[in-house]
Write a protein that binds this ligand. Structure first.
Ligand code: F6P
Length: 534
């Protein structure tokens, strides 16, 4: 590993300069004024990366902010940290592992472990094509059983790429250990027409193994024959899969983090749905973004710019969340996917050396597709007391033929970022007619209710079309953005110790549901246990 010894980000010269810049110009920065002062602002703050154009101009930053943020990246050795990841150095120090999801989408012969990667990829895609060839006859339903990274990625991508999916195959996803998830699904399936994909990096996850057992019992109880043909495993733990009785297995490696595993054999259900060629195109799109991340200067590097903007908002403006608003129904599960990607990666309270951090890390990431969100929580985004940067994602060309619907969708998308920025003064509101407003309320009071502060920041990401290539590039963009902010904060973005305590306590509580023993439990847990057993 290169020597990355550096002061922590908050001890750098650039951090102090950013602090001063925020005091002098950041706190009071007004987007409306910025556009009035600079007719070229859209051009100056627009960035084209592979498959994705980003309008960064409606954010509360200026050229100096961006320069200082790049200096911060340099002070924190961002480029060397990135290169260490891409080279396969063990940057996941708490688990002693490399972080090489980028190798999964490198062309044959180009990345680390290329022979292993392409061997599994070739076998997996050949298997996917075999299943597709038998669609309708042997198989009609594919059920992915997995959770977290073994669910969210393929589920999100299969919805996004629905127009590319095989029309003769229905894809289902079971993740929750709640029986309300798998039970209704099984009711509609036929064992002889179903393929279960048991997807788990570790093959020990309680939820996945429990659901896989339920599926196997159901299969046998309903006359299913030839388990080997109807269950396939995707895991790094080939031994555990064999012990479960699965003979067809596609492996991957400990240098693929769960939330970065969509590109590995975890992508099998997606590959079955969209086919080998489209899956390779999906990998190519991600690889194009990898090259951009590896090579573009930091000021023109889109994932870097987005990651630095995240740091600016989190640590200088003090914004605690970011809302994702994809204006495309196909991206309905993107916010859920990004929650794991960003919050499991950067939701850390100590740096890589174990020192408690005195500054904020991962924001809360949340959202829903537009326009649905507009009719739910956008009220708070426009008039609430917290500033929440919003990330709009728009797609120029739809895959349906309803051009008028698409135009309305896009107009809504632009109108929302415009409204967030422009706002409306009380004076403006007072001049307007408001047919549904009270006729008796004082007009000044009413105008205050109907005013908007504005100056609310947003980013808009534009894709030409939503297809395998652009989706691959978009996801890789988010991965590298999360890497960037994590690297600035000096945290390990690739472990997830925070999920362990709950798992351990669950295992301790399970036998108490049978025994009723509440010895040593806190009063609340004991009380709830008693009520749930009663
Ligand atoms: O509990 C968190 C986690 O380990 C995630 O990081 C992971 O994506 C998920 O569980 C599922 O893990 P596995 O693929 O090993 O079943």
């Amino acid at each position: 590993m290169p020597n990355l010894a550096s002061p922590r980000c908050d001890a750098t010269v650039a951090w102090a300069a950013l602090r001063g810049h925020h005091e002098a110009h950041g706190r009071e920065f007004d987007l409306r004024q910025a556009f009035a002062d600079d007719p070229m602002r859209f051009d100056r703050f627009g960035l084209q990366a592979p498959e994705v154009f980003a309008d960064l101009s409606k954010n509360r930053w200026d050229e100096l902010t961006r320069r200082l943020l790049v200096e911060l990246a340099e002070d924190c050795h961002l480029a060397a940290r990135r290169d260490a990841m891409l080279a396969g150095d063990p940057i996941n120090t708490t688990e002693g592992r490399a972080v090489l999801h980028t190798a999964l989408r490198a062309p044959r012969g180009a990345g680390p472990f290329s022979t292993d990667v392409h061997d599994v990829l070739d076998r997996m895609l050949a298997y996917a094509e075999r299943i597709r060839a038998e669609a309708g006859a042997a198989y009609t339903d594919i059920v992915n059983i997995g959770i977290g990274g073994s669910d969210l990625g393929p589920r999100m991508a299969a919805i996004a790429l629905q127009p590319y999916c095989h029309p003769g195959l229905r894809l289902h996803f079971v993740s929750n250990v709640d029986g309300h998830d798998i039970t209704p699904l099984l009711q509609g399936l036929k064992p002889e027409r179903t393929l279960f994909v048991v997807a788990s990096k570790t093959f020990t996850t309680q939820e996945t193994m429990s659901n896989a057992e339920v599926a196997r019992e159901w299969f046998v109880a309903n006359g299913g024959k030839d388990t080997a043909r109807h269950f396939v495993g995707v895991t790094t733990n080939l031994k555990a899969a064999a012990e479960f009785g699965i003979t067809d297995t596609f492996g991957f490696w400990d240098w693929v983090g769960g939330r970065y595993s969509l590109w590995s054999a975890i992508g099998l259900p997606l590959a079955i749905a969209i086919g080998a060629d489209a899956f390779r195109t999906f990998l190519d799109g991600a690889h194009a973004m990898d090259k951009h991340f590896a090579q573009a200067p930091l000021l023109q590097n889109l994932p870097v710019q987005l990651g630095l903007l995240d740091v600016w908002y989190r640590n200088f403006h003090g914004f605690t969340s970011r809302s994702i608003a994809p204006y495309h129904q196909g991206l309905a599960r993107l916010p859920a996917y990004l929650q794991q990607l960003e919050m499991e990666s950067n939701g850390k309270g100590v740096d890589s050396d174990g020192r408690t951090l005195p500054f904020g890390t991962s924001p809360v990431v949340w959202g829903e597709p537009g326009t649905n969100g507009q009719h739910a929580y956008f009220q708070m985004l426009h008039q609430g007391t917290d500033v929440v940067p919003v990330e709009f994602i728009a797609v120029k060309r739809p895959s349906h033929g309803h051009a008028d619907l698409h135009t309305k969708l896009l107009a809504n998308c632009l109108a929302q970022s415009q409204a967030l920025m422009q706002g409306k003064t009380s004076a403006e509101a007072a001049t307007e007619k408001a047919p549904t407003a009270s006729q008796t309320l004082d007009r000044t009071v009413l105008a205050r209710h109907r005013s908007f502060p504005g100056n609310r920041p947003s980013t808009t990401l534009l894709l030409e079309t939503l297809n395998p290539r652009s989706l691959g590039a978009l996801i890789a963009l988010y991965e590298h953005r999360v890497f960037t902010s994590g690297a600035i904060w000096g945290i390990n973005s690739f472990d997830q110790w925070g999920v362990e305590l709950g798992k351990a306590l669950c295992n301790q509580l399970l036998p108490r549901f049978t025994s009723g023993d509440s010895t040593g439990l806190d009063g609340s847990t004991a009380g709830l246990l008693a009520r749930l057993r009663g």
